[in-house]
Design a protein around this ligand. Structure first.
Ligand SMILES: NC(=O)C1=CN([C@@H]2O[C@H](COP(=O)(O)OP(=O)(O)OC[C@H]3O[C@@H](n4cnc5c(N)ncnc54)[C@H](O)[C@@H]3O)[C@@H](O)[C@H]2O)C=CC1
Ligand SMILES: O=C(O)[C@@H]1CCC=N1
Length: 269
């Protein structure tokens, strides 16, 4: 299978790294990227075939649209004829199939995907939706490509990608926010910046490894830390009083609403 990426930024780099680790040959992977620096870097690091922005697209079975959402209308219109007949995988946030089809001027065999940045270290999770014109074979191809950067969850309708965006697409930022918050708490309890960071990061790392290795739920693991009348109970009481869990739910709902709004805004182009 030959795969062409349009856009050679962070997400394309993560996917290329994963594909090469999975056994794809650099000679079967192509990247269209306007930045000469990025092209040189991609070629040196991965041995992939690089092409300038206005180059004709080589014949590949799959094209991954990996430009920013705001760049996609122009890219889709410019590349419409060349994309006909190929499996198109779009990782652009907030670009709906109906709009992409309109810009292309034809119905694409599309798989829409919402990845996340831990893909950069092969620890991503992507949500994917199989468009109505894509085939069972397209689903297998997409699965092979997307699993190279981590786990994959299929959703049954396109709108569910907004919920995926709210949980795992934006989710790494929520985790980093909690990491920042625990680091700040450590600083306020008197540790220097390096020690505060070490204490907070190691705590997240250890807790996540423990949760993944354990058959206990997160709630049970939390209870196992919490001694009756002890320190954790005192801390969790404050988190409860401050409504942290309710705030998390509201935050994810806000992200989901914004995803739909963005798709409406971009779709007007
Ligand atoms: N960063 C994130 O957390 C997530 C990003 N995404 C999606 O992934 C897509 C790519 O995002 P990143 O890799 O973070 O962006 P990026 O900015 O790192 O990469 C985009 C690349 O496209 C190139 N480009 C611009 N115009 C082009 C053209 N006409 N033809 C070919 N290439 C062109 C740019 O030079 C740049 O290297 C976006 O649509 C974004 O919505 C999805 C989920 C999470
Ligand atoms: O913040 C955003 O809009 C994008 C989508 C998911 C992660 N970043």
């Amino acid at each position: 299978m030959k795969i062409l990426f349009i856009g050679g930024g962070n997400m394309a780099t993560a996917m290329l790294g994963g594909l090469l680790q999975q056994g794809f040959a650099g000679s079967d992977l192509y990247v269209v990227e306007p930045s000469a620096d990025k092209r040189q870097q991609l070629q040196a690091e991965f041995g992939v075939q690089v092409l300038a922005e206005d180059a004709a697209l080589p014949p590949t079975e799959v094209v991954v649209l990996a430009v920013k959402p705001q760049q996609l209308p122009a890219v889709a219109q410019a590349r419409a004829a060349e994309l006909a007949g190929r499996l198109v995988i779009s990782i652009a946030a907030g670009i709906r199939m109906a709009d992409l089809d309109r810009w292309l001027g034809h119905a694409a065999r599309l798989v829409r995907v919402m990845p996340n940045t831990p893909a950069l270290v092969r620890a991503g999770i992507s949500g994917a939706w199989l468009g109505p014109h894509a085939t069972a074979a397209d689903r297998v191809s997409a699965e092979r490509i997307l699993s190279s950067t981590g786990a994959l969850v299929w959703v049954e309708d396109e709108a569910k990608l907004d919920a995926i965006t709210a949980i795992s697409g934006s989710g790494p930022a929520y985790v980093f926010y909690f990491m920042e918050s625990l680091t700040e708490a450590a600083s306020q309890l008197g540790f220097d910046a390096a020690t505060a960071r070490q204490l907070a990061y190691a705590t997240f790392d250890g807790a996540i490894k423990l949760a993944l290795a354990s058959s206990d739920s997160a709630a049970t693991l939390r209870e196992k830390v919490t001694s009756k009348g002890g320190t954790t109970e005192a801390a969790l009481r404050v988190l409860g009083e401050q409504g942290v869990q309710a705030a998390m739910v509201l935050a994810a709902q806000a992200a989901e609403s914004r995803a739909a709004e963005l798709a409406d805004e971009l779709g007007r182009q």
